[in-house]
Every structure is written in C-alpha cells, then in structure tokens.
Design a protein around this ligand. Sequence first.
Ligand code: C2O
Ligand code: CU
Length: 526
Amino acid sequence: MRIVNKTNLFSKWFIIAFVGLLLLQCSSKGQQENSQKDNNRKAFQADIEIALTATTKKIQLLQGEETKVFTYESELIKGKEENLDKLKDTYLGPIIHVKQGQKIRVRFKNQLPRESIIHWHGLHIPPEMDGHPVYAINKGEEYIYEFQVNNRPGTYWFHPHPHQITGPQVYYGLAGMFIVEGDEPELPSGEFDMPMILQDRTFDANNQLVYLEGNRMERMKGFLGNRILVNGLIDRQMEVKKTAYRFRVLNGSNSRIYKLAWSDGSNVIAVGTGGGLLEQPVKKDYIMLAPGERVDIWKNFSDYNENKELKLKSLDFDDGSSMGMGGRMGNRMQPSQGVDNGTEMDLYTFTVTSESGPQKKLPSRLSDIKKFDANNAVNADNPKPFNFSFERMNWVINGETFDMTEVADWEKVKLNTTEIWEFINGGNGGGMGMMNNMMQMPHPVHIHGLQFQIIDRDISGVSSSSWETVKDGFLDKGWQDTFLLLPGMKVQVIMRFEDFTGKYIYHCHNLEHEDMGMMRNYEVVE
Ligand code: C2O
Ligand code: CU
C-alpha cells in the first residue's frame, strides 16, 4: 500500500513538473514567435508604407443632408507623394500607385462596427496577405500586410472581404484602386491616365444610402441601384483635351454588369485587362464588364470638334437571367427601387475643349504575353468542373457553400502545376435540375491569388436572345482574374499554382451571391 502511495505521490509530482515544463516551453515558444514576427518585420524593408483605417464618416455628396458612409482614411508613412492618391470629396479610394517589384507595408486598422479585412484583388501574394475572411479583424484591431508586388503593371484593386458582409461594406464605401505602374512612355500618363470606378447606388429622401434590407429574394438577385457614381462622385462629367486618354475602368458595383460603349458609336479600344496590358489593342463595338473586372480603355479626343459632348454609356442587353416561376414571382424579385441589369444608362460625359495635349499614337504592340500550353496542364484531357448553380434555395458551387476552412479533394492543387478548370453556369440537370434551370443568373467568377488565361468559352447553352445582345463584348485575351459566366455558358481557364502554398478562395463576384456563400477555398499543397 505504502509503495503504491509513494508511486502516486511521485507520479503527481511528475505530472505537475511536466505540466510546468510544458507551460514554460509554450510561453517561451510564444515569445519566440513574437520576436520572430518582429524580426521579420524589421527584415522586410518596405519601399512604401501606408496606413489604411476603415471607419464611418459623414460626407456631403448630395445637396442637403450629409450621407453616412464607410471610408478608408489613408496616410502615407513612407514613400513618395505619388504613391498615395486620396480621392477628393468622396468616400471612395484611395488610389495606391506602386511599381512592380516594390515592397509595400499596409497597416490596416478597423474602426467599423463589424469585423473586416482587405483583399488585394488580382495580386499574386501569400495567402496570409490576400485577405481571406478567416483573417478578419474586429473593431479596434490592426492587421499588417507586407508583400512584394509581383504582378505585371496593370489595374488592380482592393476592398473588404469579411464573410457574409462584403456586399454592404463595399456598398457603403470601401474600395480603392491598386495601380502597378509600368514603364509605358507610349501610353497616356499623368492627368491623361485616369481611374474610372463604376458603382450604382440608391439614396433615400434623406440622402442616405439604401442597401437591401434583409430581403432574401432581392439578395438572391444582388443589389442594383438606381443611379451611377463614378469614382465615388455624383458629378459624372469632365472636360477633356484634344489628346489620348487611358481610362482604367473598374466595375466596383455589387452586382451590376455594364455594356460599355461610346455614344457616337466609335470603337471601344481596350489596351489592358485585369492582369495588365494586352499584347495588342483590341477594338470592339462594346465591352461587357462584370463586377470585379477591369478594362483599360484608350480614347483619343483629338479628332473631335471643340464642345463636342461624348458619353461613355452602358447599352441595353439581356443578361439571360431566369428567376423561375414565371411572371409574378419573377417580378417580385425585381429590386424595388433599382434599375434592372441590362438597362441602358449614361455613365460619364466628356466635353472636348480646344486645348491640346501630348500627341500620342495608339501603339500596335503593347506587351508580351506568354500563352499557357494546354498540353502542359496536369488535367489537359479532363478539365475540373465547377458548377455555379442554384440549389436548396441558395447559390452554390458544385452543390456546396462556403466554409471557412473546408477544402474538398477537388479543390486541392499541387504547387508548380498547371490546371484547367471549367466553370459551368447551371443546366447540368442534376439534383433539383428543374429548379437549377429555372433560377439562372450571370455569375462573375473570381479566383484569388493568381492570374489565369481563358482558353474556351462555350456558348452553346446560352439562349440566343441573350447572346445576340452581348456576343461582341467579351475580351478573352491576356491575363484575367475575373470573368463573366452567363447562364448556360461554360468557360475554361488555365492557370499555374506557383510560389505560395495555402488556402485561397474563389467565388462569385456578385457580392450578394458571395455573401450568401457562393464561395469556396482552394488549397495549394506541396
Ligand atoms: Cu474582389 Cu474575393 O474579391
Ligand atoms: Cu453569382
């Protein structure tokens, strides 16, 4: 008995000592990790450092009462003045200008009522820097981003990405542009290189922004406003000189799609996409621009007469939506105050002055783009299917909605491999097939962490009445991170998983669909 007792005593002491040691180790490990972080921070020599604080404020947008908005207050801590362009008289922005290869540190502080995190849309950076919703921080907290800008020169952007509340946070004012500057002397620069962020909003009688007020049917369709703001301004017009401009057009709307065209019917000339300059300029009658997408447009005003008024418009189109159950139910899903997708709208008015500017000619060659060889994809004969559809009263991807950490087998990819993914908008007939077909909407598909190339757009399942109205507007060239997937469409993209392992997300960039869970993780594994 005594011996047993002694053993007990001994083992008790042993356990206490062991636990003590463990605790000691843990705390010193914690300290090590912290000092490791500090060391990393010191080791990271930022060329540019910016503080961005998301906060609420009131601003004079319309006549009369001030409007309550969300905004990023910005401050340049290190760098040159031109690195940070605070847009004036608006909630929107800022515009961050960097050069390829530069290192940037962003100190993001959250002063919003709810959690938030910033996603750098289009950038190729490590998962911890990309703004995955799992990293969202609460009010009063700070998240420090440190990354090198690896992307090609081009027009990227940033916006909040907290799970289920990205839509409202963008809507109430949080979004900015991230321009990677190139060495492009042949293209317009300075005042002739202009951001143009398109958003639709609805104001109430007291000048306050109106968002979907918990109406599930409206949310299913996505927010559509009744007026356009450009760069966060109500006033949508400017005087232009007789010279060439580069308009960096970003569709920063929650769910509105634009069919961009010039009011005089002249060609829309694209020089860049979401992933930088094209190889050659592309001339089109109009360009379809879905939420999240960018297009750099070249416009030369020098041949217009003085006082000529030219409008950038969104033309009429049929987005192929079918909201099921015919007329009455369909009508009930129309936003109560919003202008429907596909309705013609004036976006911006340019008045040509007599002044001239630098005389630039549209270059015939813009950049080099190395095309992926589909044969090098690990699944060259077997593209991975991703079905964007409606099931169980929800928008889903392959039948699933978002889970913070979940990654399915089909969402694991190997580092340093190339894959082909095929995105399919409905119509697979599986499960509640009839419902699938009855509820169809366009989905702008966005993949985080990389740029891809579009290798096939199969339109055989698209209704011809819809296709006729959009068919000339697709720009499937160059690098992309977002593309429009209309009902019945199948789009194949090819991409390579390089440099970083970990979890990124991909989702529908209709922000209401995203918030409802039309989003998934993919994981790059070694
Ligand atoms: Cu611009 Cu995940 O989004
Ligand atoms: Cu969608």
